[in-house]
Design a protein around this ligand. Structure first.
Ligand code: ATP
Ligand code: MG
Length: 743
């Protein structure tokens, strides 16, 4: 352990060391971006396990995204070095709650085969209910209201219900809520909020489910909501040992009921909390940090903190206005290529991120990157799992897992086309309801000849259903039960499904030439399933056996895959083996992460602050989060005119309007000094001048358009050694560099 201890403390400053080894029961670290909160939290977990001797399976760590939890587990693994990190109960609040509910949920009457209704399922169900009730409310309003109602936990004394009085709208909301909930119950589904709410219920009634837990640690604490706060307290009920880290300036989930005041509640509920602040920013160049602080300081009511740069000044952030979104996207991509070129590829594609206020802005960027052949990955909010072709496959898999899931079943009954019209589906659903059966059971009965004369399904249709659908699903369901207890082969099941459905042909028939990209998505989905299988047991799924009652073993691979999909904000691929790619992400999904180079396009009024956002301060914090992701180079840009919103002129975002003097308006001139500053901040070695300039025109070019790359000209390829040390300290393997031909 001593060796690990030295190892752990080596990478920490004094305040961080104090936080890691604090013996206070409750520790709260509130500090600005890049001050090492996550790093400190990770180190504390390793320290508690290695030095205090807490068992890994007695530690709960909650992070905000799946990606963050994977990263954290890897980091802790490096510090511990013996695989014990696998036993830590580490994940998002939702995934931790799901694990507890899978293991012990039966005690509160939960069917262990419960499915998860993701956002789009919930939306669909609520929309149908609103329609049926002819309720005077918009489905999104109802959805938000229901979610708020569930998410506030015990924090809100004012009961929304009591406040309602008799007005028509609130009655409708209440009714919608009741119907929605009973629909979920009937279908054995839990929505995201339910996962948390039911877990709270479980732990209140059966506190000994968490009697082993010694300590609870939470990252991004500023974005927890009321019910998560309750859950945190319940997890820690054994000995009230809690560590939270967060930054109120980065609270960006108010729209999802996150409550900044959870901080005050913590201090109130846990007197004697050790409050520690970290005041050095290890991430960004000092000019990036200064500019970001100028943005957040516009908020007068914020909780003020000290945040000092440790890095050199670096080059000032760039603000650039371009005619249209198309030109803006083209500029971003050309700038990316220029940075790579002029740094002699010291800056890789995966060092670069493009952060967007909303997913809908991605169109121009995606096509510009595609046009220039720059590899990129999309992260967060781009709804891979909501693409039509993926939803169909997922719905089939849900039915295979849970045949009684009527929602999923009704969606696929006529996909691909089986000549079953909406009317037939409707009358089938009605018949099912009359007999208190699920659609699946009803149709299975029909197939076995147990006919109900009241339904007039045409003979042919019936054959279609029985001949194809029921048999197909039945066959695949049989493959789920391996006789010898070996895990099922998820990928084979999906491949079989695709063959049985003739899915490629179906896509081609339905979408024409466009089908190829959809089929590529399906292939990507198969890859994800394969990764999920091979990634093996990143976490050991069994929670401790309580009361000698056998818990339901969580070895249902399909169930785990489906809940993994439902709980991932978006698809997560293992990045390691991929070739370097530019990241295109929503700002929300970029929280907690960092890149050497960050582009923030579309900083105009209407985009950020977003036209539909209620809370201007939250929008400002969002921009602050985006800007503070950058280490060495930061670019903001905006089109002058936009096609959306009436095609008018764009006004620069009010958050940076008054700051234009702190930006470089055109772009940094990438001379040697700029690049060596970048190298210094990134702790990298800049390739020698001869290497960079080999084959480049030596004359000075106009600042803004240093070495234009002509795609039509043949490119000379030369090979150099990349001097950056790899993980083992040795130089990286040789890479091919491309330079424009000598002019
Ligand atoms: P955010 O608020 O954005 O989540 P954070 O406070 O969690 O930021 P980290 O991501 O933990 O910050 O750290 C930011 C960067 O600083 C990381 O690259 C981390 O490795 C580095 N870092 C943290 N502490 C130190 C230190 N004491 N010495 C050197 N580098 C550090
Ligand atoms: Mg962090």
């Amino acid at each position: 352990p001593a060796a690990t201890e030295a190892e752990i403390f080596k990478s920490l400053n004094k305040a961080q060391c104090l936080a890691v080894s604090s013996e206070a029961p409750t520790v709260a670290i509130l500090a600005g971006p890049g001050s090492g909160k996550t790093h400190t939290l990770t180190s504390r977990v390793a320290w508690l396990i290695d030095n205090v001797g807490i068992q890994p399976c007695d530690v709960i760590v909650a992070t905000f995204t799946v990606k963050a939890s994977n990263e954290m587990r890897t980091r802790i693994g490096k510090a511990l070095g013996d695989g014990r990190e696998k036993k830590i109960i580490l994940g998002t609040f939702h995934s931790i709650a799901r694990r507890y509910l899978s293991a012990y949920g039966q005690r509160i009457g939960l069917d262990p085969k419960f499915g998860i209704a993701d956002d789009s399922d919930s939306r669909g169900i609520i929309t149908r209910i609103c329609k049926r009730l002819s309720a005077p409310i918009e489905p999104p309003v109802a959805r938000a209201w229901i979610s708020k109602r569930k998410a506030r936990g015990t924090s809100d004394e004012r009961s929304i219900k009591a406040k309602n009085g008799q007005n028509v709208e609130s009655q409708a909301l209440e009714q919608c809520f009741q119907e929605y909930q009973s629909h979920l119950d009937r279908s054995n589904l839990l929505d995201y909020d339910d996962l948390l709410v039911r877990c709270v219920e479980l732990l209140r009634k059966f506190p000994h489910c968490v009697s082993n837990i010694q300590t609870v640690l939470i990252d991004e604490y500023q974005d927890t909501n009321g019910v998560q706060y309750d859950l945190m307290k319940l997890f820690a009920q054994q000995n009230r040992r809690i560590t939270v880290v967060g930054d109120p300036d980065q609270s960006i989930y108010g729209w999802r009921s996150a409550e900044i005041r959870n901080l005050h509640r913590l201090l109130h509920d846990f007197p004697g909390t050790d409050e520690i602040s970290l005041e050095e920013n290890y991430r960004s160049s000092s000019s990036i940090l200064d500019t970001s602080l100028k943005v957040i300081q516009q908020d007068q009511d914020r909780y003020k903190k000290v945040l000092l740069p440790v890095h050199v000044k670096g080059t000032r952030p760039v603000l650039r206005k371009l005619k249209s979104s198309t030109e803006e996207a083209a500029w971003v991509v050309s700038e990316i290529k220029r940075i790579r070129l002029l740094s002699g590829n010291m800056v890789e594609f995966d060092d670069i991120a493009i952060l967007l206020r909303s997913a809908s802005l991605s169109r121009h960027i995606e096509s510009a990157l595609g046009r220039e052949g720059v590899a990129y990955r999309m992260v967060g909010g781009f709804k891979f799992y909501e693409r039509v072709e993926i939803k169909i496959i997922l719905d089939y898999m849900r039915v295979i897992h849970q045949p009684d899931n009527n929602d999923a079943f009704a969606r696929i009954i006529n996909v691909p086309k089986r000549g079953i019209g909406d009317t037939t589906v409707k009358s089938l659903l009605e018949e099912a309801e009359r007999g208190s059966l699920s659609l699946w059971t009803l149709l299975e009965k029909h197939c076995r000849g147990v006919r109900n004369t009241k339904t007039n399904i045409r003979k042919q249709t019936e054959q279609k259903i029985s001949g194809e659908l029921i048999r197909l699903i039945g066959n695949l369901r049989r493959r789920l039960r391996s006789s010898d207890g070996t895990p099922i082969n998820l990928v084979e099941i999906i491949q079989q499904l695709l063959r049985d459905l003739q899915f490629e042909k179906y896509l081609e028939d339905t979408y024409g030439p466009e089908y190829e990209s959809r089929w590529a998505n399906v292939q990507e989905f198969v890859n994800l399933a394969e990764e999920f299988m091979h990634q093996g047991q990143l976490e050991e799924e069994l929670l401790p056996i309580i009361d000698n009652v056998q818990q339901v073993p969580d070895n249902d691979l399909l169930a785990r895959f489906l809940s993994n999909v439902a709980l991932a904000s978006d698809k997560q691929t293992q990045d390691q083996e991929d070739k370097p790619q530019v990241t295109v992400s929503t700002i929300h999904a970029a929280k907690g992460l960092e890149w050497p180079v960050v582009f923030i396009p579309a900083v105009y009024k209407g985009s950020i602050p977003h036209i539909r956002a209620d809370d201007q301060n939250e929008e400002r914090r969002l921009l602050y989060v985006a800007m503070t992701r950058a280490k060495a180079l930061l670019y903001l840009s905006s089109p002058l005119y936009t096609a959306n919103g009436g095609g008018g002129c764009c006004q620069l975002s009010p958050f940076i309007e008054d700051l234009t003097s702190v930006f470089l308006q055109k772009g940094p001139s990438f001379d040697r000094p700029v690049m060596s500053q970048v190298a210094r901040i990134l702790r990298r070695v800049l390739p020698s001048e001869e290497v960079i300039y080999k084959g480049m025109p030596m004359m000075a070019a106009p600042e803004d358009n240093l070495f234009p790359i002509d795609p039509n000209k043949p490119q000379e390829v030369s090979t150099v050694v990349d001097h950056r040390p790899d993980q083992n300290g040795g130089p990286r393997k040789r890479q091919k560099l491309q330079h424009p031909q000598k002019g």
